[in-house]
Design a protein around this ligand. Structure first.
Ligand code: SAM
Ligand code: ZN
Length: 270
């Protein structure tokens, strides 16, 4: 199922890692994840989200603020009963672990390019095969997945299509244009509307949009720490001025924000 990121041959398990017949070897880290990102595929020394972003996201998600988002994703995954599934851009594994729980009989795989993220993620669900790898060159065989999740992440659509077995599908979860509106209204003088369906134009031939739904709820952020974490894990945190950020973090009342997500499911035909 795993394929060499350098030559695409099947990878066999060794005691301390995996290797292909051509002799390309990849280590298993002490924490249990596989390092399948060859140095020549890295654009920087430490690609992906950094430690501060990963920890802010972990604390915010572990506090349960987005629990309904994860619950719905796990339900949608369970309804599809895949044999093998993959979470692409898994971050620190909050959503991944809930998918794994919902699919106890399936083979679970998860990858992220950030070592800081995967290092923490792999503690959440040891039964999942965790990989530091690039979504542009996923180290798995063609048609090896029947369910792929992509949550709040960039996505390489051609790779997703290559990995899907016929009849399998990709569940993309991302923000709608109303997501965190109240936060954006405080941070920016002018809230620019953005299209939340731009990804629909990127769907490659051979994949069709089979299901779409929106989940929306209001979140009351009482603790300053939760607001600071939310800022640190979203692009708004680093785009806004320090003054506006402080205004969000330090305001005396609970900060009420709308969480609004869209789930889109794309099925691979033939
Ligand atoms: C906004 S985070 C979402 C993480 C997680 N899915 C969640 O919702 O909590 C986006 C993730 O994509 C990862 N990422 C960015 N570029 C990537 C690439 N080329 N290959 C794999 N992961 C990538 C980042 O490291 C980061 O963890
Ligand atoms: Zn190889």
């Amino acid at each position: 199922m795993l394929a060499c990121p350098l030559c695409q041959a099947t990878l066999a398990q060794l005691d301390n890692g995996v290797a292909c017949p051509a002799g390309h070897r990849f280590d298993r880290a002490r924490q249990g994840y596989l390092n399948l990102l060859p140095v020549q595929h890295k654009n920087s020394r430490d690609p992906g989200d950094n430690q501060a972003m990963v920890e802010a996201r972990r604390d915010f998600l572990d506090a349960g603020h987005y629990a309904p988002v994860a619950r719905r994703l796990a339900q949608l995954a369970a309804e599809r009963q895949p044999q093998a599934w993959l979470d692409i851009g898994c971050g620190e594994g909050y959503y991944t672990a809930q998918i794994a729980q919902a699919l106890p009989a399936a083979d679970g795989y998860a990858l992220d390019i950030s070592r800081e993220a995967v290092k923490r993620a792999c503690r959440r669900a040891p039964e999942v095969t965790w990989m530091v790898a690039s979504m542009a060159r996923v180290p798995m065989a063609d048609a090896s997945c029947s369910f792929i999740a992509s949550v709040f992440s960039p996505l390489d659509w051609q790779e997703a299509r290559r990995l899907l077995a016929p009849g399998g599908g990709l569940m993309r979860v991302g923000p709608t244009s109303g997501h965190l509106m109240e936060l954006r209204e405080v941070l920016y003088d002018e809230v620019r509307p953005y299209a939340d369906d731009k990804h629909l134009a990127l769907v490659p031939a051979g994949m069709t949009h089979a299901h779409g739904e929106i989940l929306e709820f209001r979140l009351s952020l009482v603790e300053a720490k939760a607001r600071a974490d939310l800022l640190a894990m979203t692009p708004h945190g680093w785009r806004a001025s320090a003054e506006k950020r402080a205004q969000v973090i330090e305001q005396p009342e609970p900060f009420v924000v709308t969480v609004s997500m869209r789930y889109d499911y794309f099925v691979r035909q033939d």
